[in-house]
Design a protein around this ligand. Sequence first.
Ligand SMILES: Cc1cc2nc3c(=O)[nH]c(=O)nc-3n(C[C@H](O)[C@H](O)[C@H](O)COP(=O)(O)OP(=O)(O)OC[C@H]3O[C@@H](n4cnc5c(N)ncnc54)[C@H](O)[C@@H]3O)c2cc1C
Length: 402
Amino acid sequence: MNLSLEPSSARFQREVRGWLKRNLPPRRKRGDDPAEYGDPKRIAELKAWQRKLYDAGYLAMGWPKEFGGQADPNGDRREVLLRQTIVSEEMLRAHAPSVIGMMGVQMVGPTLMQFGTDGQKRRFLPKILSGEEIWCQGYSEPGSGSDLASLKTRAEVDGDFFVVNGQKVWTSNAQFAHWMFCLVRTDPEAPKHKGISYILIDMKTPGITVRPLVQMTGDKGFNEVFFEDVKVPRQNLVGELNQGWQVANATLAHERNMLGSTTRTQQMFQGLLHIAETRRRYGKPAAKDPLVRQKLADLAISVEAMRLHSYRQLTDLLRGRHPGIAASVNKLVSTELNHAICTLAIELLGNYGTLDRKAKYVADRGIWPYEFMFTLGLIIGGGTSQIQKNIISERGLGMPKA
Ligand SMILES: Cc1cc2nc3c(=O)[nH]c(=O)nc-3n(C[C@H](O)[C@H](O)[C@H](O)COP(=O)(O)OP(=O)(O)OC[C@H]3O[C@@H](n4cnc5c(N)ncnc54)[C@H](O)[C@@H]3O)c2cc1C
């Protein structure tokens, strides 16, 4: 198997690297983290960054041309998909700020292309790409996280509107999002998976209250969202009434892919190696300690296995094969592995490992304890590890349902 890039792709990679070098916003001391988007100035900067990426032709390249992407629907999508992968990897390598409208670009955008009406596509897709409108995901509710289909937020049809009442929780970015893609119960009598609809809610509609929740990182990245008689036009229904479960699952598969990134894991592992080589343990560099070496070797094997798995996933994508449970494998392995890397980094840093970002003697700008807590959240968000294991065993390995 040839794992190196073709000359044309290698040329493109150099082009992207050069562009990023010239255009990357100045690196901030701290606060590059997605969960810290509370500050309006930072939000404006990140929207401008998304616009710049889009204008340069480096965003949503796999979207069809008619919706602002670069893929020819009747032609070969392989080249653009490969190029998009190269851009994503180069952005991570360059520590570029993340794309603020990622939930739009990678989750609701592709879902609208699949299930949306022409009017919805025309109205929403351009502003998703330009970063003008940011989206949040209204799925989880108190008591309905893993068992998402038990959700209770009601939407009753009243003429040309739905009237929504209920509560969502853990809604990332709701404090500044313009729109929410939301699951609501439209038929309380039907079996739980069959009475759900997928609607788009303008976050400025009267009756919506957003209350930020403080995470253990200290950030206010996610929120409680309350709905009291919120009127949503019927034309904001995506797919058929009461058939939202199918639409919701399409979005979830896109989300799992978004949450698993091999390049990020490789970067974190490189950071860990640097600590092992430079920090001392019993008078020698930590990397010389046999127990540390064994832990590093275990992690190195997993990082490499994941890198190869991502190549297999890319090959499937390029050959038009259905990804099956690959997104779940990716999400499960990458989030658990990132957390394991942070755990060892903190151990090697000793007493400095747990210091807060603002502490005087903080090591590595405090990224390790921050990432330790942040990656713990990612193990839960987008479907917990246990739920991914259920999906892999039932849908992938054909094991009986628990
Ligand atoms: C950082 C972060 C961001 C998030 N962002 C969003 C967002 O933007 N929008 C949104 O809608 N939600 C969001 N969530 C919520 C997330 O999707 C839920 O937290 C997740 O689905 C788990 O649901 P829960 O918290 O209700 O836990 P529960 O479902 O109550 O699970 C509790 C424990 O029981 C286990 N468990 C539950 N059922 C099973 C089962 N059948 N088999 C085995 N084990 C099981 C779980 O794995 C878990 O360990 C976010 C969460 C986090 C952490």
